[in-house]
Write a protein that binds this ligand. Structure first.
Ligand code: DQA
Length: 145
């Protein structure tokens, strides 16, 4: 099983940016945690972070061409604005889990819209960085069925 784990803008600043919302775990620590978890399940993980919308679209398309089985994505602020990311996920038709570290539903009004959610098989919010391993576990079970 191969999963693409994608992170959008400012998620490279984890550990530094607004710890009250996003906690103290840094991005490289998060990557180590995800890699370890995937290895324990026999999953090949491709991790990628970009601050650029088009690069995230490219990576979603790459997931398709490289034969990935699913995608875990935290699109950061592009969650609330990007029809391009929604269209990319719809184009590749790979089961996709949307993850947010913070509890977006309890935050500002502008965070209440999620375009990517329209194409996601599941959304996880407010579980901190543990949301990523939950998303991986979900896809692991979902893909086995
Ligand atoms: C986020 C929530 C978004 O609203 C925000 O723009 C982010 C991170 C989260 O993980 O909680 O960059 O996706």
């Amino acid at each position: 099983m191969k999963l693409y784990i994608l992170n959008g803008p400012n998620l490279n600043m984890l550990g530094i940016r607004e710890p009250s919302h996003y906690g103290k775990t840094g991005y490289s620590e998060l990557c180590d945690m995800i890699k370890k978890h995937c290895t324990s399940l026999g999953i090949e993980a491709v991790l990628y972070q970009s601050n650029h919308e088009g690069e995230l679209v490219d990576k979603i398309q790459e997931a398709y061409y490289e034969g990935a089985d699913g995608i875990v994505i935290n699109p950061g602020a592009y969650t609330h604005t990007s029809i391009a990311l929604l269209d990319a996920v719809k184009s590749v038709q790979l089961p996709t889990v949307e993850v947010h570290i913070s509890k977006v539903e309890e935050r500002e009004d502008f965070r209440q819209v999620s375009y990517i959610r329209l194409a996601a098989v599941k959304t996880i919010t407010g579980h901190g960085v543990a949301g990523y391993t939950e998303a991986i576990d979900f896809l692991f079970d979902y893909l086995k069925k």
